[in-house]
Every structure is written in C-alpha cells, then in structure tokens.
Design a protein around this ligand. Sequence first.
Ligand code: GLU
Length: 327
Amino acid sequence: MKRILILFLLLPLWASCDQEMGTRFVNIGTGGLSGVYYPVGQGLARLLNEGSEGHKVKAAAQSTGGSVFNINAVLSGDLQLGIAQSDRQYQAYYGQAEWEAIGPQLDLRSIAALHPEAVTLVASVDSGIQQLSDLKGQRVNLGNPGSGQLGNARDVLAAFGISEADLDAKQVKAVEAPGLLQDERIDAFFYTVGHPNGNLKEATSGRVKVGILAITGPPIQALISAKPYYAPAQIFRKYYPAAAMPEVVDTVGVKATLVTSAKLDAQLAYQITQLLVEHFEEIKAMHPAFEGLKPESLLEGLSAPLHPGALKYYREKGFKVPERLQR
Ligand code: GLU
C-alpha cells in the first residue's frame, strides 16, 4: 500500500519526461504577445532546443496572463519554467498579496534574474491626465488578475492614497490596452514591462496622442524604501518617438526573473542555468530590453532560493551567490 502511495506521489515527476527517448519537455510561461516576456521566452526555448541533441530537452514558450499566472503554474507543475516579476516572486515566497490567503509558496525556486521592468503609466493627452493623482474618476486599466502589473498599479495608487474605488478601474490584459486607449474606451493604463516593447509602440503611434507619465514624488520614495523589490527606473523617449513625453521619464521598477519549482529535476535546472551563462552574449542580443545585462546581474533581485541545480552551476563557475539564495 505504502509503495503504491509513493508511486502516485512520484508520478507527476515523470509527467514531463518522455521515458522512451529520455527527452524532457520544458514549457515556459511568458506573458502577452506584445510584451517582452513572450519574445524572450521564445528565444530561450529556441536556444534550449538548439542544444537539445546533447541534453535532450524540448522547450516551448507559451503566451500566458503574466507573472502571477506563471508562478502558480510552475508550482502546480503545469509549466516547468516561468518568467515572473521579482516583486511577485517575493510575494509568493513570503505569502503576500495574491498568496496571502494560501500562505508562503515555499516550493518556489529561482533560476536567474533577467531584464529590468518599469511600472509604466500611459494616458491619452486629451484625458488631461498629467500625473498619477489625476487618475481619480478616470477609466484606467490596472491589469488582468494573472498579471504582475495589477499589484504594481495598486501599490503606486495606494502610495498616493488612491483606491480602486476612486477610479473606473478595468482589469483587462495588457495586449488589449493600446487598442482600448486608441478607441478612446479607456483614458490610461498601467503596464509593468521592459522597454522597448510592441505594446507601447502600438499605444503611442496611433491617431490618439498618448503620453508616458512619471511615477515619482515622496510617496514613491517611501514605497521604494518600504519594499525591497522596488527601485527607481527610467523610460526613454528614443524608443517611442511619437509619444508625448520628455526624453527620460522617471518611474519605479522591478526585475523580470526566471522561476521554477523545487520539484524540477536538478540536472535540468543545471542545464538551463548553464545555457543562460554560456550563451550570455547571444541571449543579451535577443531583445533590446537586455541591453544593460551583466553576468552578475543574473543573481540580483531574486528572493526565492535558487534551485539546487542552478546553485550547483553558479557555485562551480565561481559566482558570488548571496547566502539567502542558498537555502
Ligand atoms: N510584467 C508583466 C507581467 O508580469 C509581463 C510583461 C511582459 O510580458 O513583458 O504580467
């Protein structure tokens, strides 16, 4: 009886393993088609597949609702890898925000940090919205429930004493927001994303004149001091020449990270980490949002412990791994 029970407990571990061929399947959760996660996930999947003769991995990236969805999907075993915001990684591991009711997600593991993401506030010029406090009473998309940005929108609004009830708040996917803004069906939207991206290009290059607004001031400084995962961030006009914005817009930001579950096979986690490090220059060239990446930044902004397979690789290569990631 006990043996049968153990067998059932082990079954999910075999689910992503084609026994005949010894090939392991890696599904990577990304975000909306017009964001940065999706092309980055596609690029990582391609790299994993190219080396797949040697290590027998078949990878694919799929479009999802974003960070919160991806974290939950790697924890449930539906996905083997997910891209998720550093703040969402922290909240899941410590049982905050969306995870408050269910508690700390102690099986969450990190593999690496990727590009910086800026909390981006986009508004039509005609709406008269010039700063965050002008959002009151306006039609504002905060983000879909599986996304990372929903939490960031709530955080920055709360910092200014604004609640969702003060707005005509929407919770639709980021991919739909530029169209809604151009159709004048919303006045503004939040998107936490790396720059440049197709979403903001679409939002800023239509008939309706659109601006990217600063998210700054003492309430934001207080937010950055209070939360370990927030840092100042900047968005550059050079990426969106048709936008109404200064050369540089100051805002607050987080980092995109690659997460998995403690249940992922250690050898597979090792291979994925090895790929990130050994193909670093190739990965950097995958997307302009990766421009400032340095090998050591792979370990900056993580809060869930490293997967043991990833940790093994980083140690072997002499990376300085912070103590708290070695649990
Ligand atoms: N940061 C967004 C999220 O977590 C996704 C951004 C992207 O797709 O690039 O939902």
